[in-house]
Design a binder for this molecule. Sequence first.
Ligand code: COA
Length: 442
Amino acid sequence: MPGVTETARADHPTATAATGIADATGTPADPPVAAARTYSPGLEGVIAGESSIAYVDGAAGRLLYRGYPIGELVEHGTYAQVAELLWTGAWPAHAHLPCAHLPSDVAAVLRLIPPSTHPMDALRTGISAWGAGRGMNWPPTLEQARALTAIAPSILAAFARFRQGLEHVEADPQLDLAAGFLYQLRGERPDPAAARALDAYFIVGAEHGFNASTFTALVITSTKSDLTSGVCGAIGALKGPLHGGAPSEVVDQLSQIGTPEHAEAWLRDAVARGERLMGFGHRVYKAYDPRAAALRKVAEGLSGMADWLALAVEVEDVALRVLAELKPDHILKTNVEYYAAAVLQGVGLPPDLFPATFALARHAGWTAHCIEYAATSRLIRPDVIYTGPEERHLPAPAPVARPKARGPKASGAKASGPKAPIAASPRASGARGPKVRRPKAS
Ligand code: COA
């Protein structure tokens, strides 16, 4: 594990294992702790909690939600069932989770933001406005989790229409979340295959352990703040390019490669320039990402994607070979984003909505973790190794020049003892200051 132990930082006189800071004499205020504590940049490898929600087995390329393999869930389940599984731990025989009605106050906020707003910012703003009007108290509940997960697609779809100058489409209570999102985006019921493919994408994106956005939500929950705040923070974390995924960049990559014959040279040049091949590599998975395998199957069932997929599959083979040859010290396999690009494109979403669509799916996981954490909540407040200066003191204040008093003394009383500094009244010192209007006595 990359990291340094705190006691190894003997080069820094103020850092101690016990407190991280010394008193003015350099003596630690507390006795040093027995065991050295480990600092791991980015918290890599640090165990920060316990959870029964998902198991991410990076070495074997397995992802289990409450024990069930992701491939089985995609094949036989729906997002509504999976969300209930994540929230409650039980697999429901049937579940229905429609998009929620968009309240007029939230629609008004979404109309106010510029059409050029990043869809992730629009989603975060809409969720925040929605939460502001509903006042969710701690602890997070199942009802709150359902409500947040159900309102998010309505918010994103409304913003996507408002920015085009179109009116909002009222949610259809008969449709489940993914189909309902497509309906609210386009104003017509989606093709069942497209709805099913997006539902599968939602299942795959629903949960992934203690990733950065989920951990952000947990930090917020641990302060006993509300679930809406946790979700807003999570959306902010997911927006960052290191986390929010790269499916739109996979689309760009394939369109630049163009044909299978160009793949080898294009990919080699990209790696030689120090660029990352989009859709490959993962911090946790050192085997083929099981989500990529599940989404590849889904994409194969989408009409209109055959040519794109054929190119994607050929490019993937070449990329894996090139990466194994040029980066022999790292295990770099296909990740979820590679085939997420195929599914999101195949259902007709514009690439700039890809990250926010991922956020819609992840609502189930974020909120499930917040509910779980709140049950045994402990404030998340890690330590830090102090690297600033030792205790020191501000420089002595420069002597203030005393202006000479002129004219008659302000009072007849004789001053006794050391002379007090002259009061900073511009009138008393004869200087011109702003006129002070005295209030009239009433
Ligand atoms: N293409 C080429 N080289 C890659 C690579 C990729 N996709 N991913 C990692 N590497 C290389 C790095 O250049 C580095 O090589 P070096 O040691 O010779 O400099 C090495 O592998 C380790 O990289 P590091 O950044 O430490 O790995 P990480 O575990 O922190 O990164 C990702 C994980 C996902 C950020 C990274 O693999 C990546 O940027 N992938 C491309 C973007 C992507 O698909 N994102 C979606 C993730 S779900």
